[in-house]
Design a protein around this ligand. Structure first.
Ligand code: ADP
Ligand code: 5GP
Length: 205
């Protein structure tokens, strides 16, 4: 029987390196990334349906009205939300689904999927965060300032997460997440069926 995959929520301040780590993780075929909808404008190189489903405010509101979203939140003046359909189907197929979402959305996911794994990615220092946001060169100074302010608020929420990863090295951070997922799959509560199958053995003689 196919074992269900895990739901893995990854949050953390903008610029901490979530996207970069996720890109590393999904090189491994077992992971699937949930593609969010957003009202944010695409950055250079971002593709529709690959990085996000880019929506107008009106289209996003319609998705909310039609209950197409599992969770949604406003982050620095834009809406972001997780479409419902993809997650259930992927975990049923044994894939580990990654939701790279901010803290308000993560709290909503905890209500729907308390069994999900919650991982908080942080930068080594606030100066690193600032340098990364500036270095990424995707936002205006004004937006960077807003995101840094928001980062300080978000950092207080680390206790809501099961694990914290300091992203001082991309490969190591991704490796830690793979190890967390591996350990989570070995939890005793995941072995009921397996143990029962062993005990059902009647013997050959
Ligand atoms: P987030 O998705 O959390 O907003 P990104 O993945 O876009 O962050 O990373 C922000 C910037 O920091 C990118 O330019 C990325 O290349 C860089 N970065 C990510 N991880 C590290 C790291 N461990 N060391 C140095 N730079 C990093
Ligand atoms: P960015 O604009 O940098 O791509 O994303 C901004 C923030 O929105 C990040 O913290 C990212 O994790 C979060 N985000 C992306 N998709 C979703 C989503 O579907 N729901 C929620 N709540 N947050 C999201």
């Amino acid at each position: 029987m196919q074992k269900e995959g895990l739901k893995i929520v990854i949050s953390g301040p903008s610029g901490a390196g979530k996207g970069t780590i996720v890109k590393e993780l999904i090189k491994n075929e077992t992971f699937r990334l949930s593609i969010s909808a957003t009202t944010r404008m695409p950055r250079q190189g971002e593709e529709e349906g690959v990085h996000y489903f880019f929506k107008t405010k009106k289209a996003f509101s319609k998705m909310i009205e039609e209950e197409q979203l599992l969770e949604y939140a406003m982050f620095c003046d834009n809406y972001y939300g997780t479409p419902k359909c993809f997650i259930e189907e992927s975990v049923k197929n044994g894939k580990d689904v990654i939701l790279e979402i901010e803290v308000q959305g993560a709290a909503q996911i905890k209500e729907v999927y308390p069994e999900a794994i919650f991982i908080f990615v942080i930068p080594p220092t606030l100066r690193d965060l600032e340098n990364r946001l500036i270095g990424r060169n995707t936002e205006t100074d004004e937006v960077i300032k807003k995101r840094l302010q928001r980062a300080k608020e978000e950092l207080y929420l680390y206790k809501e997460y099961d694990y914290v990863i300091i992203n001082d090295n991309i490969e190591r951070a991704a490796d830690y997440i793979e190890k967390i997922v591996c350990a989570e799959k070995l939890r005793s509560n995941k072995f009921k069926q397996h143990i029962e199958a062993i005990l059902n053995y009647q013997g050959g003689f």
